[in-house]
Design a protein around this ligand. Structure first.
Ligand SMILES: CC(C)(COP(=O)(O)OP(=O)(O)OC[C@H]1O[C@@H](n2cnc3c(N)ncnc32)[C@H](O)[C@@H]1OP(=O)(O)O)[C@@H](O)C(=O)NCCC(=O)NCCS
Length: 170
């Protein structure tokens, strides 16, 4: 089902999103703070997309493909809520990755607020989490703007500072 925010269209991904997914996830600029680095092969993008589609099939929600309402055919990013296992439990986790051209216009904040509203109201989630690298100040700022707060650390990158876990209760 397609959802609208004031400026964005959020819709479930399809197999046709492979190219924009690879373009965005394969761009070094969108992975500056990602220890795994950008995707280097379209088959990696296909594997990721298949995982997202299975998550949608199994749970009825997941990562959205994101476009502008004024240009709905062009995907500018991916993001939303999915279930992730870390620190010994499955958590509903907020994530996002936007094309460079879309940065700095409040889209991540708009997407993230919509994702929280969806999770608290429609999934009746008691708490939503997010994980961010400590140096990623823009992403930390997005999480703070939507009212998330520090809720521990995740030692997920060997030999480097732990990631920060954020959460917000419904
Ligand atoms: C991080 C990202 C999602 C931000 O998207 P965006 O649409 O530009 O975010 P918004 O415009 O909604 O908000 C960004 C906020 O961070 C601030 N910001 C940007 N760069 C910053 C920096 N270097 N230091 C501190 N704050 C910064 C902005 O000023 C803004 O805050 P403000 O509204 O108070 O001015 C986007 O850059 C992106 O997709 N990056 C690549 C993927 C990624 O890193 N995903 C997150 C993984 S945890």
């Amino acid at each position: 089902m397609q959802r609208l925010t004031s400026r964005l269209v959020l819709r479930p991904p399809t197999e046709d999103d492979l190219q924009p997914l690879f373009a965005i996830y394969g761009d070094p600029a969108t992975n500056t703070f990602n220890p795994a680095g950008p995707l280097t092969d379209i088959e990696q993008a296909r594997t990721l997309l298949i995982r997202w589609l299975r998550h949608w099939d199994g749970k009825g929600y997941g990562q959205w493909a994101i476009a502008l309402r004024v240009k709905p055919q062009r995907v500018i990013g991916f993001g939303g809520i999915d279930a992730r296992d870390y620190l010994h439990v499955e958590r509903l986790n907020l994530g996002y990755r936007f094309a460079l051209e879309a940065w700095g216009q409040g889209y991540a904040t708009e997407l993230s607020q919509a994702a929280l509203d969806f999770a608290f109201v429609e999934l009746r989630a008691p708490r939503i989490y997010a994980v961010v690298r400590p140096a990623h100040l823009a992403s930390v700022r997005v999480l703070e703007k939507i009212g998330m707060h520090r809720d521990g650390e995740l030692d997920d990158v060997p030999g480097q500072a732990p990631s920060l876990v954020f959460s917000k209760d419904s």
